[in-house]
Design a protein around this ligand. Structure first.
Ligand code: AMP
Length: 606
């Protein structure tokens, strides 16, 4: 049997272990979760707890639980757990021992040698403490590896050319960004910047505040003062809601009997939207971008020098992170290797090589194509019914589920027709139609009716699409088999011809989507369900809102170059745009975005 060398990501919030198994580098551990919370504690009855069990009791028994021990590595100070005292190395050793046990159970062989990762900025004392923790856990630490280097190993870059990458790592309690160059086997960290006290935990705290304030407003009880059990429940609920908001536009938080008054249970029932959540965390994400600028400057690089941005750390699943990075760096970040497993997998790649086996990069199941519905939006200043933006993006690890928001496009629209495309082009007609269906019997509403489109794609290439009327929960679902199968030229040509035909027949009908020059943007006449299919209007763009918000983001980035008056005007336009979005006033939205575009045109032109 080959010698087993494992790769370990000993993280502030979570830790993972990876090794070569069944033909590739894999993260190891129980089927339920391969992520071990970096928490150690004693139960009130004195039992040692490592991982999830310790994390579960952390909010209730903080004095019996240690978390984030990584922050203390290399310091002389000890931590107390009940009556006992431990060095940071000892606590870390307990985490490492648990991980090594996971590997032994899965592979039937003890792990004696390990590669352990540390942040690029770790000092010698911190690196030595990590080495010592390994030894205490019975592991020979054959290499201490920088985390950004591990991430670039997991991705693997094509041989031959020197690559420059930015590794953006946002975990639970820490943030760091590094600029690295990779050439063959050699990765060099050019610069690193970050904040040791910024991460997903702060996002949880902001959501918790929001939930607690809402409960206080409704019931007059402040859960944050003197209600430890209820507070712990809210904290869990906040983290769950946060994770959900990475994939869904809304998260509903329901906590039954959070408190009791006069024998009556008091419940929390609240829906938080992604838009609202993103506004809360935006200043924190913006702060990470300052570190990005610093790191680039220290490395003597400009955004244009980057070949790739690699996302690492669970919190980078937050969509706002990628969005702001695209805006600032002009480059779509890669997240095709699971961001929370990426560092462990990279350590696993090096461990496997050190054990004498040649492995290139980590293999993960990703979607080779993007998928999404067409919608009525704007192209080149005109309404266009075949706008397209993917919901599932190419290179997303599988399985994946994502949901986006759309609106009906005319008053009293009771039917929507949903067409699902595979491809990358903003014009759906240049992509491949993979399925379509109609949802009938929507509520007739004078204003826009919100329709959610949820897409799930699994490793077997089965694509599930569900359209849901937001207010009623009424839904319709289709399954598209073989969504990942490459389409032949003939399939593509046939799908395009079918679409062109549909498009042409619609264009000959009444002009639902066209807008005459100089004409006010009046909504077309009411649609009746049951009319001919050419009269059924597709779902309309929530993307108009997205575009308006992107414009706001762009203008915020230009404040430094604006005169005081212009900044004031921009801010008042931001408010007007947000208000127009909130009340669905499309006309004012259009006027305010045009005014903001004009303002930016002059600033950017200067
Ligand atoms: P890490 O330190 O890399 O393990 O990241 C842990 C952090 O990632 C915690 O704050 C988690 O709550 C957060 N996290 C995990 N999954 C998600 C998700 N789907 N969306 C947002 N944050 C997440």
């Amino acid at each position: 049997m080959d010698e087993l060398v494992v790769g370990i990501d000993l993280g502030t919030t979570n830790s993972e272990i990876a090794a070569f198994a069944d033909g590739q580098v894999r993260v190891l551990g129980p089927a339920s979760s391969k992520i071990l919370p970096s928490c150690v504690g004693f139960s009130p009855s004195g039992e040692l707890l490592v991982g999830q069990a310790a994390r579960n009791q952390q909010a209730l028994y903080p004095e019996l639980t240690v978390r984030s021990i990584k922050r203390k590595m290399g310091q002389a100070e000890t931590v107390s757990l009940g009556e006992k005292k431990f060095t940071p190395q000892e606590i870390s050793a307990l985490i490492l021992r648990e991980l090594a046990e996971w590997a032994r159970r899965q592979l039937g062989q003890p792990a004696r040698k390990a590669v352990i990762t540390v942040p690029a900025y770790f000092s010698d004392a911190q690196r030595n403490a990590t080495r010592e923790a390994g030894m205490l856990a019975g592991l020979e630490v054959v290499r201490i590896l920088n985390e950004p280097t591990a991430a670039s190993l997991a991705y693997g870059f094509a041989e031959g050319r020197r690559h420059t990458a930015m590794v953006y790592d946002l975990g639970g309690g820490t943030f760091d960004v590094s600029i690295v160059t990779v050439e063959g086997d050699v990765t060099e960290v050019l610069s690193s910047h970050g904040n040791n006290h910024l991460g997903g935990d702060d996002f949880d705290d902001l959501l918790l505040e929001r939930l607690a304030r809402s409960f206080q407003k409704e019931h007059g009880i402040d859960i944050r003062q003197g209600y430890p059990v209820a507070r712990a429940r809210l904290w869990w609920a906040a983290e769950e809601a946060k994770k959900k908001l990475s994939f869904e536009p809304y998260a509903r938080v329901r906590e039954e009997a959070l408190a009791v008054r006069n024998g009556q249970p008091l419940h929390l029932d609240l829906e938080v939207s992604r838009d609202e959540y993103e506004e809360m965390i935006r200043p924190l994400v913006e702060a990470t971008l300052d570190s990005v600028s610093h790191a680039l400057r220290d490395a003597g690089k400009a955004p244009g020098d980057l070949d790739a941005i690699l996302l690492v750390g669970g919190s980078t699943r937050t969509p706002l992170v990628s969005r702001l990075l695209v805006e600032r760096a002009g480059l779509e970040p890669r997240q095709d290797v699971h961001p929370d497993l990426c560092v462990a997998l990279g350590a696993g790649v090096l461990a496997t090589r050190l054990a004498g086996r040649d492995v290139e990069r980590v293999l993960v199941d990703v979607s080779p194509y993007s998928f999404g519905p067409s919608y009525l939006g704007e192209r080149g200043g005109f309404s266009y019914p075949y706008c397209y933006q993917p919901i599932i993006h190419r290179n997303t690890p599988l399985p994946v589920t994502r949901t986006e928001r759309y609106m009906t496009s005319v008053p009293n629209q009771t039917i929507v027709e949903i067409k699902i495309f595979q491809g990358e082009d903003e014009d759906a007609l240049k992509n491949v139609l993979v399925g379509d269906f109609r949802v009938e019997g929507l509520r007739a509403m004078a204003g826009p009716n919100e329709v959610l489109c949820r897409m799930s794609l699994d490793v077997d290439g089965i694509l599930h699409v569900t359209a849901i009327e937001k207010d009623t929960g009424k839904s319709k679902h289709i399954t598209i088999a073989n969504a990942l199968q490459a389409k032949s030229e003939a399939d593509i040509a046939a799908a395009r011809a079918r679409l062109q035909e549909m498009f042409a027949s619609r264009a000959m009908g009444d002009d639902l989507f066209g807008e005459e020059e100089g004409e006010e943007e009046e909504a077309p006449e009411a649609e009746q369900s049951g009319e001919a299919i050419s009269k059924v209007v597709p779902i309309a763009s929530h993307p108009a809102h997205v575009a308006a918000r992107r414009l706001i983001e762009r203008s915020r980035g230009l404040f430094e170059r604006m005169h005081g008056d212009d900044v004031e005007e921009a801010i008042s336009l931001h408010e007007r745009i947000e208000a127009a979005i909130a009340v669905q006033d499309q006309r004012d939205l259009k006027q305010a975005t045009e005014a903001l575009k004009e303002l930016l045109f002059f600033v950017e032109g200067n």
